[in-house]
Design a binder for this molecule. Structure first.
Ligand code: ASP
Length: 326
């Protein structure tokens, strides 16, 4: 009986706390520049979550730089009151391997709120490149070793990781100079303008540009062809092109600073799960080649378990490429 009274009191206290939340706009920090793929997911998510958390206003804040680590550090140090969240992608697991001095611990400094989506990547080039097929592209890169630039969103970003993996798989590690941007939104502008030559980026950013012919696509990064995608189904996988076992899919997850109260975490997780079932959100994501997560990784514990496994997997990839940042 006594135990029941205590439990009821705890539930009532939690409910009261959750009711007084939010007290101001909830900021979703995107650790990349505006106009890129992570920003795109965050804006669609903010719009959907706004409808699901009573009296809320979700806003997107871009805190770009250093492959997403500046934005992630900002959220790790933010007040744990549920008003500052982080939407980060695969970089959450890649940066611990790439950065010798990371200002946060991805497994200890955050509360996990659930995964959002998975997005394949595409290997693309500026429209002026003479190559039209993946084979021609690879030959062209080799023939022009030392003269070309690969754009990416900073060390540890998905575009950087993809570039590293591709260069190491084709044994062309010295072929291109890498140029970091605050995100692949601005990097895409530079690619379309011909200031950089090559990029690997999420389909959420590249689909429209490939379709309109503003950039050339050569391959997709998933192990299996994207047979369900109306535009990308005809592009080869890198695996098919001889890069055996090449398989890279970017995933996005939502996080809060460590110590955020449990009722607030529960409110946010419930809203996230509802957002992932929202037909409009699903349609928008699918149109850009992204798949909304429907499995158990929408649960915080499973999300965390998945990221822990990815940290181990990506450390092996980065160690193989042998490039680190300070
Ligand atoms: N797509 C970027 C990356 O390479 C990040 C972004 O701008 O969203 O990680």
């Amino acid at each position: 009986m006594k135990r029941l009274i205590i439990a009821t009191a705890v539930v009532a206290a939690f409910a009261a706390q959750a009711q007084s939340y939010p007290t101001k706009p909830i900021s979703i920090v995107v650790p990349f520049a505006a106009g890129g793929p992570t920003d795109r997911v965050a804006r669609d998510l903010a719009e959907t979550m706004r409808k699901l958390v009573p009296n809320s206003n979700f806003v997107v804040e871009n805190a770009a730089g250093a492959g997403g680590t500046i934005g992630a550090t900002k959220v790790a140090r933010a007040a744990p009151d549920g008003h500052t969240l982080l939407l980060f992608h695969i970089g959450m697991a890649a940066t611990p391997a790439l950065y010798r001095k990371l200002q946060y611990n991805p497994l200890e400094d955050f509360e996990y709120l659930g995964m959002v989506n998975e997005v394949p990547m595409t290997l693309i080039g500026k429209p002026q490149l003479p190559a039209n097929t993946y084979r021609d592209f690879e030959n062209y890169i080799r023939a022009n070793a030392g003269k070309l630039n690969l754009a990416h969103a900073g060390l540890g970003s998905a575009s950087h990781l993809c570039g590293l993996m591709w260069q190491s798989a084709v044994k062309a590690n010295e072929a291109m100079t890498t140029i970091p941007f605050g995100g692949t939104g601005p990097a895409m502008t530079a690619l379309i303008g011909g200031q950089v030559d090559v990029m690997c980026d999420q389909t959420t950013n590249t689909t429209g540009q490939i379709e309109s012919g503003r950039v050339k696509a050569f391959a997709v990064t998933t192990a299996k062809p994207l047979s369900g995608h109306k535009l990308l189904k005809d592009y080869p996988t890198l695996n098919e092109m001889g890069l055996k076992g090449f398989d890279l899919t970017v995933w996005h997850g939502l996080y809060a600073p460590k110590g955020t109260p449990a009722p607030i975490l529960a409110t946010l997780n419930t809203a996230l799960k509802a957002a992932l079932k929202d037909p409009e959100f699903i349609k928008k994501q699918e149109g850009l080649g992204a798949l909304v997560v429907t499995d158990r990784r929408v649960e915080p514990a499973e999300h965390k378990k998945f990221v822990a496994a990815e940290i181990i997997k990506l450390k092996a990839v980065v160690d193989k490429a042998g490039q680190y940042a300070d």
